[in-house]
Design a protein around this ligand. Structure first.
Ligand code: NAI
Ligand code: 2OP
Length: 309
């Protein structure tokens, strides 16, 4: 029996397998992949293990169609669901993925009652509500990944536009994981210099727009949604939890009055550590950013309202 801690990734498709591979490379925990599709999780786990012989990590990934191997996980990442294709909006996914995320959450709650549940499946904000409602776990242990991905897209565009290293870009994209997400330009800097001093407002507005449509841009190119950046973003959140890093990262958290928003999951900066969401960080937003966040909240509420429970 392994003495290492355990992270389970449910859904061994594009995002789940990428996240599992990222985590296996870290080598601080055993990785369990679960997928309903016969052979998929077992096959991907076998491949990840064999890559370990080349890349130098322990071949301890396990793949399964059931949850026994996942029992006692510290973190469970939920990527199970149907991805957005073609002209499908994120919101079109709601009915199918509500059933999938609901059934996965029931299994996770039964097999890993003390885990932290990290939701990736879309529509992300609504699926966090499903996971929380079904598990009935505290909000600190049920949250989602989207803000890191949206921020990564904005950061890449800024690095290209300013000819800077992406490592020196500090940005923050908040709100719902939809077209009304909010790029917080007032808090965006390159090497400590405010973005507004580096680029004209009109050009910044174009980058903000491209960020908000970032998922759709990938879908148009690929015919399905992205996986490298989403998988890496989920793994970064797992690191923060498993290694108790206390990172401040934009994550989809349950808001109870923070940012003036009540009873809704949305991306905000949070301190992420061993206990999950340890604090919600409240930025000083401009009036325009605050109104944009409220509009984004309204869009999330509309999707949440079509959930069956
Ligand atoms: P994919 O189709 O490659 O993988 C999904 C996997 O889930 C499939 O292998 C499928 O067999 C499995 N699955 C379906 N029902 C299941 C169940 N009940 N139990 C276990 N496994 C089940 O899709 P991909 O590209 O990996 O995306 C996964 C989800 O993540 C989608 O909902 C997608 O929209 C979402 N996504 C969210 C992002 C975010 O920022 N939050 C970014 C990218 C994708
Ligand atoms: C993305 O933003 C579709 O949520 C997915 O790439």
């Amino acid at each position: 029996m392994s003495e290492r801690r355990k992270v389970t990734v449910v859904g061994a498709g594009n995002v789940g397998a990428t996240c599992a591979q990222e985590l296996a490379r870290r080598d601080y925990a055993d990785v369990v992949l679960v997928d309903i599709k016969e052979g998929l999780a077992a096959g991907k786990a076998l491949d990840v293990n064999q890559a370990g012989a080349v890349l130098g990590y322990e071949p301890k990934a396990v793949g399964s169609t059931g949850y026994d191997e996942s029992a006692g996980s510290d973190v469970v990442v939920v990527t199970a669901g149907v991805p957005r294709t073609g002209d499908m909006s994120r919101d079109d996914l709601v009915a199918t993925n509500e059933k999938i995320v609901g059934s996965v959450t029931r299994e996770v709650a039964e097999h890993s009652p003390d885990a932290i549940l990290l939701v990736v499946s879309n529509p992300l904000d609504a699926m966090c509500h499903v996971a929380r409602n079904v598990s009935d776990w505290p909000k600190e242990r049920v949250f989602g990944m989207a803000g890191i991905l949206d921020t990564a897209r904005f950061s890449a565009f800024i690095a290209w536009e300013t000819g800077s290293s992406v490592k020196d870009v500090s940005a923050m994209v908040l709100g719902g994981h939809g077209d009304q997400m909010v790029s917080v330009v007032s808090a965006t800097t390159v090497g400590g210099v405010p973005l507004r001093k580096l680029l004209p407002d009109a050009r910044i507005a174009e980058l903000v727009e491209r960020t908000a449509a970032g998922g759709g841009e990938l879908v148009k190119l690929l015919g399905t949604s992205a996986w490298y950046a989403p998988g890496a973003a989920a793994a970064q959140m797992v690191d923060a939890i498993m290694l108790d890093e206390k990172r401040v990262l934009p994550c989809t958290a349950y808001l109870e009055g923070e940012y003036g928003i009540e009873g809704l999951y949305m991306a905000v900066p949070v301190k992420l550590g061993a206990r999950g969401i340890e604090k919600i960080v409240e930025l000083d937003l401009t009036d325009d950013e605050r109104s944009a966040l409220e509009a984004s909240a309204e869009a999330v509420r509309e999707v949440v309202s079509v959930l069956s429970s």
